[in-house]
Design a protein around this ligand. Structure first.
Ligand code: ATR
Length: 276
């Protein structure tokens, strides 16, 4: 029987996940289909009960439900618990197990797309919200030398560092981080600053950027933010948010099926859809 997978979120209409997963199911000959489920916030518990009752094989979870689904699951992976958000649920013969593939997907995309080892690197994370949490905790699992956090609200960066690893991380205001920019090998924007429709905005001045470093943005709409364009003009290697989108999906797909999909194919489909 065809297995059912899907995405629960609110809203979900514009998600590119069905495109990636359904193509991978077909190409790998897996009888399964990925659907979109628009779930209002007060229906999250009922939706998870529905996953159980209907025997849905697995779901992704997106904004705003990533923290909200946790109490309804049978088990939550340690890293997802630490992040405080689940984006992937596996239905293991009736046991619902929650994972977070956003942060790990980001890190894998960074390593593979930029062909870089994070060992001994000095990394600056801009932002301290939901996006930053997954990325920060996943970076802490690498052998990076420093993972510092800069945020508009400094207290939020401080809190994140205290939950993470204060020996490997410092926290700064955005202004302070701008002054220290030349210390970093990799600079990552996890905020929504520069996203459509506010495409002129930039999260941080790149005036002191050291040429030859990596500048990475989790935004994929627009695919190349003004900030990334400026980083490129200043001699950085740049990465946009398509990689994170694709790799979080690929890691979820692997958890569901045990198979690693063709990420380049997924990426190509996503880029074509974003261009349309
Ligand atoms: P997400 O889950 O997408 O990360 P979030 O939890 O609201 O969303 O976090 C948004 C991040 O973008 C935060 O780090 C936020 O900074 P604050 O903690 O100071 O709010 C940052 N952010 C959003 N708009 C910003 C702006 N105009 N300038 C600077 N930082 C901004």
């Amino acid at each position: 029987m065809e297995k059912v997978y899907g995405l629960i979120g609110f809203p979900v209409e514009h998600s590119l996940s069905p495109l990636m997963h359904n193509d991978a199911f077909v190409r790998l000959g897996i009888p399964a289909r990925y659907h979109l489920f628009s779930v209002e916030p007060e229906q999250v518990g009922a939706a998870i009960a529905g996953v159980r009752a209907l025997g849905i094989a697995g779901v992704n979870v997106t904004i705003p439900h990533k923290p909200a689904v946790i109490p309804f699951l049978d088990e939550v992976d340690e890293q997802a618990r630490r992040i405080g958000a689940v984006n992937t649920i596996v239905n293991d013969n009736g046991r619902l197990v929650g994972y977070n593939t956003d942060g790990p997907g980001y890190v894998k995309a960074l390593e593979e797309e930029m062909d870089v080892s994070l060992d001994d690197r000095r990394i600056l994370v801009i932002g301290a919200g939901g996006g930053a949490r997954g990325i920060y905790f996943s970076l802490l699992s690498t052998a990076a030398e420093r993972i510092d956090i800069a945020n508009r609200t400094v207290e939020k960066a401080e809190r994140l560092v205290r939950e993470g690893d204060a020996r490997r991380s410092a926290y700064f205001s955005l202004a302070e981080a701008e002054k220290r920019l030349a210390e970093y090998d990799i600079i990552i924007n996890t905020t929504s600053v520069g996203m459509h429709p506010h495409v002129e905005a930039q999260p941080l001045s790149l005036e002191r950027l050291r040429p030859g470093g990596i500048v990475s943005d989790i935004i994929y709409n627009p695919m190349e933010t003004k900030w990334l364009n400026e980083a490129k003009a200043r001699g950085a290697r740049v990465q946009n948010g398509v990689g994170m989108l694709v790799y979080q999906g690929a890691l979820a797909f692997e958890k569901w099926t045990g198979q690693w999909p063709d990420v380049n194919r997924m990426k190509q489909l996503v880029i074509e859809a974003l261009r349309r």
